[in-house]
Design a protein around this ligand. Structure first.
Ligand code: AMP
Ligand code: ZN
Length: 493
């Protein structure tokens, strides 16, 4: 089966065909680094990671770019409110650049814990101001933008089609107004959006740059278009982000990119649906701020959270609650134990080489699942199927290894750690005295060593050996008494 991906533009699953055979150019909307990423944001990055890894798995050469939003993203996506970065800086009593550096690092650390691959190019918006100015100037020249009240706006009336992802209306832009923020009187139409802010309501904006239109800063949407075009050229294969990005952010990205380029820009739009709490949308500002570190502090393995996410489809909302995470964690632990048993089985099995044909059959189930619009929950089922398949342990283990290059649940590594841990515990339990250390006196040491050997024999249910040691010591005048705290010895009078 070829790879079928749902395309938000056509509202259906389509066979994925890149512009250039064998090569895929992907752009991902990166984090706004005014706070830690919450686990909802990270669900989006995790599912995009699956896309990236699966394309590589199937042999594509993937070139992926992500921005870091460190300027211009206002508290309302409809160009009203305050710059989120400024809000974060005030909260932390730091400069915008300080919090940008801190939360960018924190984001990468979270990605590492969740086995999310960082794209080859990660570009902060503040590093591309000249590119934004160049594209905005071109849009003005082409008549797609206008100046009003000191700001530069994109003129949506110049487009044949603006609402490219249907299901969204002008009413969605009212959000900021409902929040009690003044509507922007400079806009000719409500759908128009800011490309560059100069004189605006945000006078205490910390970062400002010179531009042909005065000192100011870029709008949020222009950064993604420019960064994508800068690194990936004029044609993009896949653009991804969370579902809330579809409108107005991605709609505006398409408008300005196609107006600038004079032709189509990106063929596939992938949107990951939200992780919600039982009470509604997950947010950085209300309720318990759910971060990876918070889950860790409560004793959860970040990869158990990855497992939890993979069990649902990316185009369905997912409800987070601790009961659901507890269930996923328990299943994840069992899965790791099953892989540990498989490793032991494979080590003792004479058959070391995987059976190529059987492995291909197992892999087909896995790829069929992911080829069907990245159905990760069926891919996890394919993993369980492989574990219980009647093929040789080497074949099963090869399948687990192979699938985990995409699922990235760290199964073999965790299983190996579990095996080492169990071996360590067995050693300690078998010879508790050895752990405490033996006496320096050679005679006493010889007695203690034999007591330890007797304890090990008893643990191994080798009663004959345990009795032999007791008799041997008795013959030397040493009496052993077993107590709940261990074996003690005394000399026979
Ligand atoms: P932000 O840092 O707010 O710009 O968001 C980073 C990414 O997370 C974007 O792709 C958003 O669309 C996505 N996102 C925001 N909230 C959620 C959520 N509750 N569940 C999943 N993804 C989300
Ligand atoms: Zn974006």
């Amino acid at each position: 089966m070829p790879l079928n991906l749902y395309n938000s533009l056509s509202h259906k699953k389509e066979v994925f065909v890149p512009n250039e055979p064998g090569k895929v150019k992907i752009y991902t909307c990166g984090p706004t680094v005014y706070h830690y990423a919450h686990i909802g944001n990270l669900r989006t990055y995790m599912m995009e990671d699956i896309l990236d890894r699966y394309l590589r798995y199937t042999g594509y050469d993937v070139d992926r770019v992500m921005n870091i939003t460190d300027v211009g993203h206002l508290t309302s996506d409809g160009d009203t409110g305050e710059d989120k970065m400024l809000k974060g800086a005030k909260r932390e009593h730091k400069s915008v650049m300080e919090i940008a550096a801190f939360f960018t690092d924190a984001f990468f650390a979270d990605c590492k814990k969740l086995n999310i691959r960082i794209p080859e190019t990660v570009q902060p918006a503040t590093g591309c101001i000249d590119d934004f100015i160049r594209v905005i100037s071109a849009l003005l020249e082409k008549g797609y933008a206008y100046e009003a009240g000191g700001n530069i706006y994109f003129d949506t009336s110049k487009l044949d089609k603006y609402y490219v992802f249907h299901g969204f209306t002008e009413e969605d832009l009212e959000v900021g107004v409902r929040d009690g923020v003044e509507a922007d009187e400079n806009k000719r139409s409500k759908a128009d959006f800011v490309l560059w802010f100069t004189k605006s309501k945000f006078e205490d904006q910390e970062l400002k740059w010179e531009s042909p239109w005065g000192l100011g800063y870029p709008g949020w949407h222009i950064e993604c278009s420019c960064i994508a075009m800068k690194y990936l050229g004029e044609r993009l294969d896949i653009h991804c982000g969370g579902i809330d990005n579809a409108f107005p952010h991605h709609t505006n990205e398409i408008a300005q990119s196609e107006a600038f380029l004079g032709h189509g820009w990106c063929n596939w739009w992938m949107h990951v649906h939200h992780l919600n709490t039982a009470s509604g949308k997950m947010s950085k500002s209300s309720g318990e701020f759910l971060t990876v570190s918070l889950l860790e502090s409560k004793g959860y393995d970040p990869l158990a959270y990855r497992f939890f996410c993979l069990q649902s489809h990316y185009r369905k909302n997912l409800v987070f609650c601790y009961d659901n995470l507890d269930n996923a964690s328990a299943s994840y632990r069992k899965l790791v134990s099953r892989v540990a048993s498989l490793i032991r089985e494979a080590e003792t099995s004479a058959d070391k080489e995987p059976d190529t044909e059987a492995l291909a059959a197992l892999k087909k189930r896995f790829t069929d699942a992911l080829d069907n619009d990245l159905n990760t929950s069926l891919a996890v089922t394919a993993l369980y199927d492989a574990l219980k398949s009647p093929v040789s342990p080497a074949t099963r283990l090869a399948a687990v290894r192979d699938f985990d290059t995409v699922l990235m649940l760290g199964l073999e590594e965790k299983a190996a750690a579990q095996i080492a841990d169990e071996a360590e515990k067995e050693k300690a339990a078998a010879a508790p005295e050895a752990v405490q250390g033996f006496s320096d006196d050679p005679e006493i040491r010889s007695i203690e060593e034999r007591i330890a050997a007797r304890a090990a024999a008893k643990k191994a249910k080798n009663w004959a050996e345990a009795d032999r040691i007791r008799a041997e010591l008795l013959a030397e005048g040493i009496v052993l008494t077993d107590t709940p705290a261990g074996t003690v010895w005394s000399r026979r009078d």
